[in-house]
Write a protein of this length. Structure first.
Length: 331
């Protein structure tokens, strides 16, 4: 440390007014750092609210297009879309996920037709499509790694073919990045970006999302602990990330975000590659509920996001993206 003492050192000199504070600010959030997730629902007419996610809705394709227009106007360039599938189309193998003209691929091509500039992220995992709510194929009471990868590869090709810019495997099977990458290369999708949910924890903070995609009741009391990471581990996260980079991931992601800032920081420091964080449904709803009740000031949302930036995240998926982007532009 520099050996300077009071009165030479008065750290409050740089906090005298907001322009000075901003001048020496170490981190900032821009709209271009934020990614808005949206839920689109098959056989829906218009929109519907999601009880456990205040101010977030499920959209049909037409209303999603209007919402995306608003998102773009707010200054956001990137969206992540999640489908809510007709329960009649779910089965134990998630067969609907690999059909070429399924709901999500129709939605993706419509969105890309209307908004060619937007960066569109599509999840690879079977949970929206399976009757049991797991991310993969079950064999002998266990989600089978290698059988699941075969389906995920097909799912990734369907999504790439419909125009998704970024494919985001969120399933945590071992080796899936390598298989998906080589399938994409072979099918000539050379520029399709792979965003790996590399350090995805077996977190209870996903609860409201599972309500939103209507997989909560399918999953019941069953847990994802045999594939998602133990919340107590950080070394293992480094191992996951190292493998995914080697297998061909362009970007890695940590999820959830705020309870795992140490993990984000460590990944960014060790691997120096684009590192995203997902402020998940439970994190969003805790803050939003308290804000809507007047228990917390609405600025806590921005504070939570800046803390995620400070830990080293390059971009953040957050349900508050549109709202925060409007807020940032006003300031
Ligand atoms: C599906 C998936 C989940 C989330 C994103 N993709 C849920 C899960 O793994 O059970 C969670 C997102 C959130 O909570 O906001 N594989």
């Amino acid at each position: 440390m520099i050996d300077r003492k009071y009165p030479n050192t008065r750290l409050r000199r740089l906090r005298r007014n907001s322009n000075l504070i901003k001048l020496v600010s170490e981190n900032t959030i821009n709209s271009s750092d934020l990614i808005q997730p949206i839920f689109i629902k098959e056989n829906l007419n218009g929109t519907e609210s999601i009880e456990s996610m205040p101010d977030i809705k499920r959209f049909d394709i037409d209303s999603a297009l209007k919402e995306i227009e608003e998102i773009v106007e707010s200054g956001i360039n990137t969206i992540a879309i999640f489908p809510v599938i007709d329960p009649e189309k779910k089965d134990i193998k998630g067969s609907e996920a690999v059909k070429n003209d399924n709901f999500i691929s129709t939605a993706i091509s419509k969105i890309k037709d209307e908004f060619p500039e937007i960066i569109l992220i599509a999840d690879v995992a079977l949970d929206p499509y399976t009757t049991h709510g797991h991310d993969g194929i079950i064999l002998n009471d266990n989600v089978d790694n290698d059988l699941t990868i075969e389906i995920l590869v097909e799912q990734a090709l369907v999504l790439a073919n419909s125009g998704a810019d970024i494919i985001a495997p969120s399933d945590m099977m071992d080796g899936r990045i390598k298989s998906i990458r080589s399938a994409l290369e072979n099918a000539n999708f050379k520029d399709t970006i792979l965003l790996s949910y590399a350090a995805k924890y077996n977190s209870k903070f996903y609860g409201p999302f599972r309500d939103a995609v209507e997989s909560a009741s399918s999953l019941g009391k069953s847990s994802k602990e045999t594939y998602q990471m133990n919340t107590a581990n950080i070394n293992e996260a480094m191992h996951e990330v190292a493998l995914d980079i080697k297998e061909g991931a362009d970007i890695v992601m940590v999820k959830p975000a705020m309870p795992y800032l140490d993990v984000i920081q460590s990944i960014k420091k060790n691997f120096m590659i684009p590192t995203f964080a997902y402020q998940v449904s439970g994190e969003y709803c805790m803050l939003k509920l308290a804000i809507n009740n007047g228990w917390l000031d609405s600025d806590v949302m921005l504070e939570s996001l800046i803390s995620i930036k400070r830990s080293g995240a390059d971009a953040i998926l957050t349900y508050a993206a549109k709202e925060i982007s409007k807020e940032i532009i006003k300031r």
